[in-house]
Design a protein around this ligand. Structure first.
Ligand SMILES: Cc1cc2nc3c(=O)[nH]c(=O)nc-3n(C[C@H](O)[C@H](O)[C@H](O)COP(=O)(O)OP(=O)(O)OC[C@H]3O[C@@H](n4cnc5c(N)ncnc54)[C@H](O)[C@@H]3O)c2cc1C
Ligand code: SF4
Length: 511
């Protein structure tokens, strides 16, 4: 299903014979930086590859498939309109498509792929000399920025401070604007309904996007989720609209409610820019500069800058330096299979988990705190296999790629690689969700009396006590565990086993 797209491309595609060729990967939808920015469009050809083999590798959410293909097809049109000659190829592997062009024209240039999977697939073409790889200019930092951290364990804060100093972002006279590098301490407010959270932006799909949706539905009918055209940013114009919305409606309250959760407002004040940023639509450095120039409180500006210039860059460096993340690191030896509740349709009876899972399958998205403190936390307390959890996040979220999902899940959320990139496992009982959100009110469990998450938290600490005993930041948690009686610990263990077995069978829990 590509008639509409092919006709649209043919109508605008310049006919010049290119003198040089660039291959742009599926997540490099930009000609603002990199080899295309330096090229004369009238002499340049761009290869774009639609690869049905890639979505067939994993059961990706349909919205994610539609997001990537719609953006790639619109990027083809945008390139052609800007004067580049576009060659669109449908192939079962990226390597075959690029190799065929190299055979024909001799040499092709590309910006280094962000995903390990694509780098590895194309490496033989690099080794053979036909594919020339240049630095990926969409990143804000270099290997040298990260290498200042030395050997692991690495810490995001040290990386972030170094990058702020080097780039001068939010710096004045060598000092951080606002007097501190981090305003995290000001950004821990629960949200109680005020100020009102902005409505998530909507877009008007054109014929090219509608054709992509039909293709996804017919070619991948068994993939989970559904295409939601209204919420699909499909082209540069849509990405710009989303970004304008983020700056005007989210940034003013971004900082204070960064760590909050809401049952009724799935997004709160998060920008939702990750999906289009990872596709090259909104470049991270541009986003950082524009947010720094906004007239909004420093804790919101710095909070956003820390996420993009700090976390986003940090995780991609960690990923590059962690080849074991391609496999199944598992320092805590967690082996529970991911329970059916995560795939939807088998409610657990835990209002927070069921609510977030519903959001994920509806939107292909949920914000950071729901990922960390609900989904990953519950999985941690159940001892879910970290690789299985990572692969779930990878297929369920529209912004998941190996370079970002593996460090976030294996490295940060599950502690599967130990303290390499974070100081301790992110685990909690019911306290966090109760304090920072409103899920508990309608839940059949009482957060302080019957919620199973709290005994499961103690049972988790008891099971992993030995592995965590050398982790400085876990000391306080382990001291708390020491104060629990044998009877309490036995009850904690029974709760863990009961919940694990019930959820494993796909059954809802009863208080
Ligand atoms: C278990 C778990 C899994 C995650 N998986 C992914 C993933 O697959 N893809 C992904 O993009 N993010 C992932 N994150 C990080 C974070 O949750 C998302 O980047 C964020 O929720 C995206 O929504 P947003 O654009 O509204 O972010 P905002 O809250 O508006 O933040 C702005 C931007 O900061 C960047 N950012 C913030 N935190 C991180 C981080 N930890 N790592 C990388 N970039 C960050 C993103 O580009 C994001 O768009 C994960 C976090 C956890 C805890
Ligand atoms: S009571 Fe427990 S399970 Fe229910 S919403 Fe609160 S934290 Fe989640």
């Amino acid at each position: 299903m590509s008639k509409v797209f092919r006709e649209a491309l043919a109508a605008v595609n310049p006919t010049h014979v290119p003198e040089r060729w660039v291959y742009a990967a599926y997540d490099q939808c930009t000609f603002a930086v990199g080899p295309l920015a330096d090229a004369d469009p009238a002499r340049t050809g761009v290869l774009l590859v639609e690869c049905p083999g890639k979505p067939a590798r994993r059961p990706y959410h349909k919205q994610k498939l539609a997001l990537i293909l719609a953006n790639l097809r619109h990027f083809a049109l945008e390139l052609a309109q800007a004067g580049y000659h576009v060659r669109w190829r449908v192939a079962d592997s990226y390597r075959d498509a690029v190799a065929a062009l190299i055979d024909e024209v001799g040499s092709v240039t590309m910006m280094e792929a962000a995903e390990r999977e694509l780098r590895e697939e194309l490496q033989p073409l690099v080794d053979a000399g036909g594919l020339r790889v240049v630095a990926n200019a969409t990143w804000c930092t270099t290997d040298a920025d990260f290498d200042t951290l030395g050997a692991p364990p690495w810490r995001m804060d040290a990386f972030y401070r170094g990058v702020r100093r080097r780039t001068g972002v939010l710096m004045e006279g060598g000092k951080p604007v606002g007097g501190r590098f981090s305003h995290d301490g000001d950004n821990r407010e629960p949200w109680r309904g005020e100020p009102a959270a902005p409505a998530i932006p909507t877009f008007t799909p054109d014929a090219v996007t509608r054709e992509v949706a039909a293709l996804v539905d017919s070619a991948f009918p068994d993939h989970p989720g559904a295409v939601d055209l209204l919420h699909l940013p499909a082209c540069q114009e849509d990405a710009e609209a989303l970004w304008r919305w983020a700056k005007a409606s989210c940034l003013p309250s971004f900082g204070p409610y960064e760590d909050a959760l809401s049952r009724t407002e799935s997004n709160l004040f998060h920008t939702r820019v990750s999906a289009v940023m990872h596709l090259g639509r909104i470049l991270p450095r541009r986003a950082v500069d524009e947010v720094c120039a906004l007239d909004v409180p420093i804790n919101s500006r710095e909070g956003f800058v820390r996420q993009v210039l700090g976390w986003r860059e940090y995780v991609r460096h960690v990923h590059r330096k962690s080849p074991d993340m391609a496999g199944s690191p598992n320092v805590l030896g967690q082996r529970t299979p991911l329970p059916p509740v995560f795939w939807g349709g088998a409610p657990s009876g835990l209002a927070c988990l069921d609510g977030v899972v519903e959001d994920v399958w509806r939107e292909g998205f949920s914000h950071h705190i729901t990922r960390l403190m609900v989904l990953s936390n519950t999985a941690q307390l159940l001892d879910v296999d970290p690789r299985e959890l990572t692969d779930w996040f990878w297929v369920a979220y529209i912004d998941a790629y190996d370079w970002v999902v593996e460090p976030n899940v294996l490295g940060m959320a599950t502690f599967a690689v130990g303290d390499r990139m974070t100081t301790k496992p992110y685990v909690a009982g019911s306290g966090y969700v109760h304090r920072m959100g409103d899920y508990c009110a309608p839940c059949r469990f009482h957060p302080k009396k019957s919620c199973p998450l709290t005994p499961m938290y103690w049972a988790y600490l008891a099971r992993h006590r030995e592995s965590l005993s050398g982790v400085d930041r876990a000391v306080r948690q382990l001291l708390g565990l020491d104060r629990r009686s044998e009877t309490q610990r036995a009850a904690d263990r029974r709760t863990y086993e009961r919940v694990r077995e019930a959820l494993g069978r796909g059954e809802a829990l009863e208080p």
